[in-house]
Design a protein around this ligand. Structure first.
Ligand SMILES: [Zn+2]
Ligand SMILES: [Zn+2]
Length: 281
């Protein structure tokens, strides 16, 4: 477990730097007032990260990058059959992984049992840097298996896999953050990467808005497949973050996060007529 290979060190350093930067940015220049705040949410959101990291290391120790090296050794996958320049294969591999993760996110919204797992990410009552790390362990494991399958199928170079995972982790913390950005800058940045204002639409309690802006990294797939929504109808200050169910603040506890997939039926929170109860403290 204490094996700090260069790959792990790169990932850890990038994580610590981006997390610190975004936490400071949203503290100094918050985009909107948090309804619950950090104190009640951060211990659980960060607790989930520890569980996720340990579980993946124990159950899938080679992870996607190890599988990329094994596939290259055995000549598995499309790019291990071609002799294209490494940069071309790496760029294509990065794009393919991003599209697959986008498609996976859509599937986690559309398939009821997958939505049960993913709705824990959406049940956070505020959205900030830690929401970008808050995913149910089973969703994290499934996502890793999907990534591994993609890496094997396409023979994606290990360097591209590491780059993709570092960038995805960083952009997820960036676009979930509560960091304020001038409107003109948001308009420019969201042409290249998903911005906090763009992803906040996805965390709206209004279902049509929850089912838009699925991108975590590149913003192009949503524009290409017609799921792009520029702003929430109620505006960024008026939008209700979370889901119609799980609005009780007790649902922010770590044990409650872990059991959310196995409780209320998936259909309840997908109904636009579900009552919006007030947040209780
Ligand atoms: Zn989602
Ligand atoms: Zn999100």
């Amino acid at each position: 477990m204490a094996d700090l290979s260069p790959e792990l060190l790169i990932r850890l350093m990038a994580f610590v730097c981006v997390f610190g930067l975004m936490a400071l940015w949203e503290l100094l220049a918050p985009r909107r007032k948090l309804s619950v705040g950090r104190g009640r949410r951060w211990p659980s959101n960060l607790g989930i990260v520890v569980i996720d990291v340990v579980l993946v290391r124990v159950l899938l120790p080679t992870a996607a990058v190890g599988v990329a090296l094994i596939a290259a050794g055995y000549g598995f996958g499309l790019f291990n059959q071609t002799s294209w320049p490494l940069t071309v294969e790496a760029l294509l591999g990065f794009l393919i992984l991003d599209l697959v993760i986008w498609g996976q996110h859509v599937a986690f919204h559309k398939v009821p049992w997958l939505w049960r797992l993913h709705r824990m990410h959406h049940a956070d009552l505020d959205i900030d840097v830690t929401t970008g790390l808050r995913f149910h362990p089973i969703e994290i494991l499934l996502s890793m298996l999907i990534k591994i399958a993609t890496v094997v199928l396409f023979g994606i170079p290990a360097a591209a896999v590491v780059a993709f995972e570092v960038v995805l982790n960083a952009t997820s913390m960036f676009n979930h953050s509560n960091a304020a950005m001038p409107a003109w800058l948001d308009r420019v940045v969201r042409l290249i990467v998903v911005t906090p204002d763009m992803h906040r639409v996805h965390h709206s309690a209004v279902r049509a808005e929850t089912d838009s802006n699925f991108g975590f990294n590149m913003p192009w797939w949503d524009r290409l497949f017609g799921t792009y929504r520029a702003q929430p109808a109620a505006g960024h200050d008026g939008v209700t973050i979370g889901l119609p169910i799980f609005r009780d603040q007790r649902e922010l506890r770590l044990d409650r996060l872990l059991t959310q997939p196995f409780r209320a039926p998936a259909e309840i929170d997908r109904s636009s007529t579900a009552p919006m109860t007030e947040v209780r403290s």
